[in-house]
Design a protein around this ligand. Sequence first.
Ligand SMILES: Cc1cc2nc3c(=O)[nH]c(=O)nc-3n(C[C@H](O)[C@H](O)[C@H](O)COP(=O)(O)O)c2cc1C
Length: 191
Amino acid sequence: MTADALLSTMLARRSVSPRRLGPPAPSAEQLGLMVDAALRAPDHGRLLPWRLIEFGDAQRAELAQLFEDEKWRRTPDPTPQDIERARAHATQTPTMLAFVVRPESDGKVPVHEQWLAAGAALGQLVLAAHAMGFGAIVLSGERCKDSTLRAALGIAPEETLAGFVSIGTIVSPPPPAARTPRSHVLSSWKP
Ligand SMILES: Cc1cc2nc3c(=O)[nH]c(=O)nc-3n(C[C@H](O)[C@H](O)[C@H](O)COP(=O)(O)O)c2cc1C
């Protein structure tokens, strides 16, 4: 791939909502390459302060039940649509991953740098999905803080459930991404 092609791929990346995704899911090989891309993110000390949990097809019904149970715990009187939406997040997406951040706090590498490394890895993961022609999005929400759900997913108290990554084939293309002027983030230092 030329530099121009690589850059235009990067510049066109945008998130794709789970309702715009359908089968086929990435193959195990394709998903593996996305994880490899995430593993190439800058990471001070190569601490790998993150991990992924994949929810296979056979686990989705159970995940949907966990999402529904969490909704009942959080919302005293959920509507049928609230419940359906919670369950759909678990069942709708061809590939469903949890992204877990697990910084070490022994002081060698500051925790904020480990968070940056985890964020960079997450960015590379969704960029690789996009580069391979799939749609992807990271969604968190209140359920990520729920201790019962976290425990059921095997997330340790010192870990953070940063969000769920949905990946699949784009069945309904999203509108083009709005471009942010680079002047919003780039300035020249003037002593
Ligand atoms: C860790 C993380 C959690 C997120 N959680 C949510 C969320 O719960 N709801 C949401 O609308 N967007 C969430 N987002 C933002 C979307 O993934 C997406 O980046 C945003 O809609 C902007 O779209 P874009 O990536 O095409 O610019 C999250 C992003 C990250 C990195």
